[in-house]
Design a protein around this ligand. Sequence first.
Ligand SMILES: [Zn+2]
Length: 422
Amino acid sequence: MNGNGAPPRVGDVTTTSASGAAARTRLERGRGALGPALELVHTGRAPTRAVLTAELGVTRATAGAVAAELEALGLIRVDSRPGGAGGTGGAQGRPSHRLSVAEDGPVALAAQVHSDGFRAALVGLGGRIVATAPGKVTVSADPAQVLGAVVEAGAALLEQSGRLCVGAGLAVPSAVAEPDGTALNPLHLAWPAGSPVRAIFAECVKAAGIDGPALTGNDVNLAALAEHRHGAGRSAQHLLCVATGHRGVGGALVLDGRLHSGSSGLALEVGHLTVNPEGRACHCGSRGCLDVEADPLAFLTAAGRSPGPEVSLLQQARDLLRDEPAEPAVRAATQELIDRLGLGLAGLVNILNPDRIILGGLHRELLHADPERLRAVVADRSLWGRSGGVPILPCTLDHNSLVGAAELAWQPVLDDPLGALA
Ligand SMILES: [Zn+2]
């Protein structure tokens, strides 16, 4: 703490004297710590200033200045008088200041398009969903029409909230090629392959008068990113995520905190692993892919049900599994899908050697229905699964693809809070 008791402002670099130069160096160092500090609070890894100090490896004064600057930017809240239960011990045994994301701080506009419609949301720091607006549409073959509608829904939420917006992110059920931002295989949407979704989304966001970056990613990639930062994937080093959407199956790998997206954004197309060589024809041109053998439609079909149009296929599959788990046809379908999923996971375990697997969409419910069976199939069919036993856990976040889409928009703020918000 400096002489007058107030922490130095990290962004204040107007001093000119020799001692001022030293202060400037310290403050510039402090500025470099703003992003890492924000990420620690954002991901819940620094609940107190004492933990922040230790995690950043800086002095208490610097940590105090950094926390104060983030609070001045409206991003976090510093509670200097945490209640009795709160806080871990400070230097004199006093409870340390508690840190949390600002409850009325800025938000990111998040959007998700899937085979049954779209959803727009506002997501604050900490992966907190502030507001959502679902929309059911017959997803138009024209991406501009769908993205225009979802951005419009998001803009209405923004207007109601009156919050500052840092940017927008979009999750789509397709591989998104880098650096072009094109949706290469929107197989369960009627969109043309290669649609320039990022450019269209950016245009819609700009037209709605929303400032900041507008970014796009694959829905399962974004779900994995969100789970790594806020959910079941926290602290995993080699996190494998496999999930169904409303249709189809996707995968993602988060390596040391970063999405592994391959040389051009197309890695981890796990949906097209063959798990049943004699199985159904797949839209990719192959046969018996995980995508058509272990998704909600495959489950409903295996259970002898004809899906109706009222709610999404994912919801119908979940309802059936929850409401009639003991019905013989449902039980047989559950086992069949678990075996196919397990076969796919076993191959991935051999190749990727993950330290954790998380399952989303219908796969989460299949794990819940019979965790022993799924773990046994993965262990029996994989070298590393047999020797080590990779933990297989359910995803824990609601709307993880939306939260992940928001992470895209939050990233520039996490990288340089002062630069992004100035
Ligand atoms: Zn396929």
